[in-house]
Design a protein. Structure first.
Length: 328
């Protein structure tokens, strides 16, 4: 793998029309306006692409507003060096300033306001990559959309680790060729950044990552889970599970919600997806994905593929193609 420089530019005292056209050519479609009435915009930027991530450093000397028709399908981390930036995202206004980073869903971005002398380093992580990393940390499928909530306190101990790691990523990307580590090294640094962000910045899976001790599971719930595992590939229904557990459907639903934070069908889907993933990772590559899916109780291939991608951040066929230990 090699480094790919996405773009590098410096624009001095351009008008709004020139900057809008420039962004459309080099970055993404957007409408750019000057922040002050002078009408001149001055910016400089440098971008790299590594695997599923984009990394950039930029400075807006004059201040500007950037209006987007819709941001990229990625999570964006902003590590400020100077100045202030406001982001209108999904009906919320988010702020980034020195000591206060920002991690958010870029697909929700509608307007960025960069004030005079704003400078920052940014990293965009494709959503599928972040979901894949979260799934590995949970050792379970990711059933719901990952939603980060809150700024990144760069003055805390963990926040300073994030800032230091960001600096290391950028230093390696911009080092002279003779001093630069491999692209694989940068990929591992970016993976480490995803892990520390998932463990530090609050999101809707934070409690699950902490893995608190579970209370004693009722016998009926244990019987239901054992039955599901024993018949994971069979066409079983809620009434079958409740009957085998020796309880009512309603009681079983309440027990799963209380002790597993899901429904009985949600739990069954989770163990099926986990089983299918293990099978795809260990099976002979000549084996069809459809056969593995059927073995684990999935009869509709389109639905299986969609659930699998949502849960693990990659398609079943991508998992099946991954090299096994010992492969040459």
């Amino acid at each position: 793998m090699t480094y790919a420089t996405r773009s590098m530019f410096k624009v001095d005292k351009a008008d709004a029309e020139e900057m809008t056209a420039h962004y459309a050519r080099t970055l993404f479609p957007a409408v750019v306006e000057p922040l002050s009435g002078c009408g001149a915009i001055s910016v400089e930027d440098r971008h790299f692409t590594i695997g599923s991530c984009s990394v950039w450093s930029g400075k807006c000397h004059s201040g500007m507003k950037v209006t987007l028709p819709g941001g990229p399908d990625a999570y964006g981390l902003y590590l400020p060096a100077a100045g202030q930036m406001l982001v209108d995202a999904g009906g919320r206004q988010l702020e980034s300033a020195p000591g206060r980073g920002l991690l958010a869903d870029m697909s929700l971005f509608r307007r960025l306001t960069l004030f005079e002398q704003r400078g920052h380093m940014g990293i965009a992580f494709e959503k599928s990559a972040m979901v894949r990393q979260l799934s590995e940390l949970l050792d379970a499928p990711v059933a719901d959309d990952l939603k980060f909530d809150g700024p990144v306190d760069l003055l805390s101990e963990r926040g300073m680790q994030i800032a230091t790691l960001g600096n290391l990523i950028w230093q390696n990307l911009t080092a002279d060729c003779s001093e630069r580590s491999s692209a694989t090294f940068s990929e591992r640094l970016l993976q480490a950044m995803m892990i520390v962000l998932l463990e530090t910045v609050p999101h809707n899976y934070s409690m699950q990552l902490q893995k608190p001790a579970s209370p004693a599971v009722p016998k009926q719930l244990k019987r239901a889970m054992e039955y599901m595992h024993a018949n994971v590939g069979a066409d079983i229904r809620m009434a079958d599970i409740a009957r085998q557990a020796g309880t009512s459907v309603r009681t079983l639903q309440a027990a799963f919600q209380q002790f597993k934070d899901t429904t009985p069908i949600g739990y069954l889907r989770m163990i099926r997806l986990q089983g299918a993933r293990r099978a795809l990772m260990s099976a002979d590559q000549s084996r069809l994905v459809a056969d593995v899916a059927r073995d684990w109780g999935f009869s509709h291939m389109g639905r299986f593929a969609a659930l699998y991608y949502q849960s693990f951040g990659e398609m079943p066929s991508e998992t099946a193609r991954q090299p096994r230990y010992g492969d040459r």
